[in-house]
Design a protein around this ligand. Structure first.
Ligand SMILES: [Zn+2]
Ligand SMILES: [Zn+2]
Length: 107
């Protein structure tokens, strides 16, 4: 018998990978853990989006931390700005102070 621990994984109902965390006895989302490794602690309430649309591709380059409002937008408009959700520009060129729906931008 190998003493090596095998990580238990599954795909949840929404199509995301989860892993079993024996220290808490709960299933946790793999992409959030991957994003925390890349970005550090995620901002409160923020989501992690898969840039290429593949929910199982958890490469660091494929993950971005986004506001939930922008996240919903990205799933209907994949080219939208990652910061404010507008279609007119990229996040690198974003000077918006409001989200695409006109409410105050949260960062
Ligand atoms: Zn997403
Ligand atoms: Zn923007």
């Amino acid at each position: 018998m190998s003493a090596e621990k095998v990580m238990q994984r599954r795909i949840d109902d929404a199509g995301y990978w989860e892993y079993f965390d024996p220290s808490t006895g709960t299933w946790k989302s793999t992409h959030r853990r991957a994003a925390e490794r890349k970005f550090g602690q995620l901002r409160d309430g923020f989501h992690v989006h898969h840039i290429d649309g593949d929910k199982t591709n958890n490469r660091h380059s494929n993950l971005v931390e986004v506001h939930p409002k922008v996240h919903r937008r990205l799933h209907t408009s994949p080219q939208a700005c990652l910061r404010c959700g507008r279609d007119s520009h990229w996040a690198a060129n974003c000077y918006a102070t409001t989200f695409y729906d006109g409410t105050a931008l949260v960062e």
